[in-house]
Design a protein around this ligand. Structure first.
Ligand code: T3D
Length: 267
């Protein structure tokens, strides 16, 4: 008799120009096993390189968005003396967070439920965060004797300020959706069943926008986060010169002058 095959830990679906990447281990609160991290990396690489995809939604199935590293698998690997746990930041979390943050198109996190550890880090690497009422959040890392990863040391201070980020990371205390909204971590809060529809609606709107301009905005904001003013101006010059040559720019200016709504083709 054949063994039942495990469901895919990550699902990738596309609808028009919107791709949805779903963490799919609902029974394990979408905790990240090696298989899940490998599949997530592959899905993000695919949407990154696919020019027909112009906006991405990242979400979870079941009651959690993602509770970070799967600690059962992690403990078993540590116990077995396997080097995998110590290499996972380099091999998985860093490339996953990099793909989300540098995706040349907008990424919307549909935070359908609990987000902890690297799960919170992945959400914070996205461009927008829509959270569910009643969800819980925690940085979690110091609770198990670890430090921040998946970009949280970079993204969290930028979203909520250095003082709050340091407290959230040091204390690893749980906080609510309402607190996350008040801190500026979330862009919007809706009932759990409306999180994915709301994120998809936003992504659909973004997918009909000037994709090259969006990519340049993301690049310049990331650059400006660590650059001086004069260098930031030089980066804006470089990017504006590039985007100014795009078809979308030319067509949108013509549409404006003709008093027509612009139709963006994403190039
Ligand atoms: O080297 C490296 O690997 C570095 C990489 C690090 C990346 C990281 O993400 S480190 C941080 C890992 N995540 C955590 O430490 C979070 C641990 N979980 C919690 O603090 C809480 O479970 C939550 C706040 C997330 C949720 O609390 P609550 O009360 O809603 O649920 P619960 O009852 O605690 O958990 C429900 C089940 O999920 C439970 O299993 P059970 O008892 O029903 O069989 C619990 O063990 C399981 N679970 C929750 N988080 C994880 C997990 N199982 C495995 N890994 C988890 N991360």
């Amino acid at each position: 008799m054949s063994q039942p095959t495990a469901p895919d830990p990550v699902l990738l679906t596309t609808d028009g120009a919107v791709a949805t990447v779903t963490l799919n281990r609902p029974e394990g609160m979408n905790a990240l096993t090696v298989a899940a991290k490998t599949a997530l990396l592959a899905a993000l690489q695919e949407v990154h390189g696919d020019e027909s995809v112009r906006a991405v939604v990242l979400t979870g199935s079941g009651r959690a968005f993602c509770v970070g590293q799967d600690l059962r698998e992690h403990a078993a690997l540590l116990e077995a003396g396997d080097p995998a746990p110590l290499a996972t930041v380099h091999e998985h979390y860093n490339p996953i967070a990099t793909l989300l943050a540098t995706m040349p198109k907008p990424v919307v996190a549909a935070i359908n439920g609990t987000a902890a550890g690297a799960g919170l880090g992945l959400a914070c690497a996205c461009d927008f965060r829509i959270g569910a009422t009643g969800a819980r959040y925690t940085t979690a890392f110091t609770g198990i004797g670890l430090t921040a990863d998946s970009g949280l040391s970079w993204s969290l201070p930028r979203l909520v300020g250095a003082g709050r980020a340091t407290a959230l990371l040091l204390l690893a205390e749980p906080f609510t959706t309402e607190q996350a909204l008040e801190m500026g971590l979330l862009n919007a809060v809706v009932p759990a069943e409306q999180v994915l529809p709301a994120a998809t609606e936003l992504a659909t709107r973004l997918a009909a926008g000037p994709t090259a301009a969006y990519a340049a905005v993301k690049q310049s904001v990331a650059y400006g986060a660590t650059a001086g003013f004069v260098d930031a101006l030089a980066k804006e010059d470089e990017l504006q010169t590039r985007v100014g040559r795009s078809l979308d720019h030319r067509m949108a200016v013509q549409a404006f002058l003709a008093k027509q709504p612009p139709v963006f083709q994403g190039r």
